[in-house]
Design a protein around this ligand. Structure first.
Ligand SMILES: NC(=O)c1ccc[n+]([C@@H]2O[C@H](COP(=O)([O-])OP(=O)(O)OC[C@H]3O[C@@H](n4cnc5c(N)ncnc54)[C@H](O)[C@@H]3O)[C@@H](O)[C@H]2O)c1
Length: 291
């Protein structure tokens, strides 16, 4: 893989637009695809907005921002990604959807292309079984917000080839990411710790131990986290937290994974976080992640 390589990101939601930001910032020609054109437009606007804010904050110079923006192309047909060397799928967390997408990719991209799945809770082996070439399918679990968080968990499925694993680690390295290798198990490493902890923070709020602001302040001030649990949950999306937590509970059967009742009420009310303008906090704009 080199800077002339083309990457494709499938799904322009929270993670897809974050991952596309990382790829275009690293100099790769980045094709961003979504079945939903409204989501695609929002994803492209989110990436471009991130670069604009980075310039305003003095974190990126104008020249590099223009260069990064020029690398991003939104596409509305899957066949437009035919020349991709790396494809990252970040569509809804649904096994049959991801398997079907991988089967379609078999007909579109070269067999030497790497296929990365950003699943949080599904089995990489299960997703790879949708492809006739499971040897080039690798789990790459980015942390949210992807442009700001350095860590990516790498998990290989039962049939992932060594060359694909090595090429994946090298590729993530070229993005400036730190990788940790983990087993293909529910939640990998990060969500095994993060989900029960977030659930406890929500339960603490629900029991009146503190407010949204005081719990966030306690966590950032004392535990050294870059943001509080409720700031993070608003970025992740309450719907996504509910899905991930429930899926982990279903697979691991430990009560600590089960989302507290407040999550269901917030999801039912449409208070999903930044993407709907209201979660634990309220937002003037619905950008998917900050600078
Ligand atoms: N949100 C997080 O914090 C987080 C963190 C790590 C991993 N993940 C995983 O990343 C994946 C995406 O999560 P998200 O939070 O970005 O979801 P999201 O709901 O924000 O975005 C998903 C996008 O996929 C699109 N999509 C659905 N079917 C498609 C298809 N067939 N082809 C192309 N696009 C399609 C949707 O239109 C939507 O825009 C999931 O597997 C999730 O588990 C999420």
């Amino acid at each position: 893989m080199n800077q002339r390589s083309t990457v494709a990101v499938l799904g322009a939601g929270t993670m897809g637009s974050g991952i596309a930001t990382v790829m275009s910032r690293a100099g790769y020609r980045t094709l961003l695809y979504d079945v939903d054109e409204t989501n695609l437009r929002r994803g492209v606007a989110t990436v471009n907005g991130f670069f604009d804010r980075s310039v305003n904050l003095g974190k990126l110079d104008q020249e590099h921002a223009l260069e990064a923006k020029s690398k991003l192309v939104g596409v509305t047909e899957l066949r437009e990604i035919a020349d991709a060397d790396v494809v990252v799928e970040a569509v809804f967390e649904n096994l049959s959807l991801k398997k079907e997408l991988l089967a379609r990719l078999d007909e579109i991209v070269s067999t030497s292309a790497l296929i990365h799945t950003n699943t949080s809770t599904l089995s990489v082996t299960g997703i790879a079984s949708g492809s006739r070439h499971p040897e080039r399918v690798v789990g790459t679990h980015y942390c949210n917000p992807a442009p700001l968080m350095k860590l990516v968990e790498v998990a290989h499925g039962r049939h992932t080839a060594d060359w694909a694993h090595k090429a994946t680690v090298d590729f993530l390295d070229s993005l400036g990411k730190t990788t940790v290798v983990t087993k293909d198990r529910p939640g990998f490493i990060v969500n095994r710790f993060l989900i029960p902890w977030e659930n406890r923070c929500i339960a603490a709020l629900e029991s009146g131990l503190g407010t949204v602001e005081s719990i966030d302040a306690a966590v950032t001030g004392a535990l050294g986290h870059p943001m509080g649990p409720f700031q993070l949950l608003d970025i992740v999306g309450l719907d996504i937290h509910q899905q991930v937590a429930t899926r982990l509970y279903e697979q691991l059967r430990a009560p600590r994974y089960f989302p507290p009742p407040m999550v269901e009420r917030m999801v039912a009310a449409g208070d999903l976080g930044r993407k709907t303008g209201r979660g634990f906090y309220t937002y003037d704009d619905t950008r998917l992640f900050g600078s």
